[in-house]
Design a protein. Structure first.
Length: 155
């Protein structure tokens, strides 16, 4: 499965899991007679912190075998992951809609993410191949990953 499809599936899985959690908490609070005031904010915050479930990946990303890395191919810092998640779930979503309905160039989403945050989402299998091929050199890995993305999406 292509990386963009895996990213979409991971987002859907994360949304589904948090939706179930939302309903379970809501029903539990109602059964206990506890007011529902502002607890739903917790779910909203959890959604924006979802990529910390497994250090640099959400539950959905973990299930689909994809991870987030910074420009040095290391696990990004906490602040970068939070910033990335917030913007990818807002501006990234709008960019995705633009790509689907207007431009059709799926490379835009990868280029935008790398330009704005210096991050990449990569399949673990492809990451292992890149590490073996480039002897773990950050510049070479980035070059090879970009060539890989171009071979898939620049048609």
């Amino acid at each position: 499965m292509k990386i963009l499809n895996k990213r979409i599936m991971a987002l859907l899985l994360d949304s589904f899991i948090l939706g179930i959690l939302y309903v379970l908490i809501q029903k539990s609070l109602v059964l206990c007679g506890i007011g529902l005031n502002y607890w739903y904010i917790l779910i909203f915050v959890l959604f924006f912190l979802k990529d910390f479930a497994f250090r640099n990946k959400s539950i959905g990303k973990k299930l689909l075998g994809i991870e987030i890395y910074d420009q040095n191919w290391e696990i990004p810092k906490f602040s970068l992951i939070v910033k990335r998640t917030i913007f990818m779930l807002t501006a990234g979503y709008i960019l995705f809609l633009k790509i689907i309905f207007i431009s059709g160039n799926k490379m835009e989403i990868f280029d935008w993410e790398e330009e704005k945050f210096g991050t990449k989402v990569i399949d673990k299998k492809i990451l292992r191949e890149l590490k073996n091929k480039t002897q773990n050199s950050s510049l070479e890995m980035t070059k090879e990953y970009n060539l890989y993305l171009i071979s898939i999406y620049a048609k």
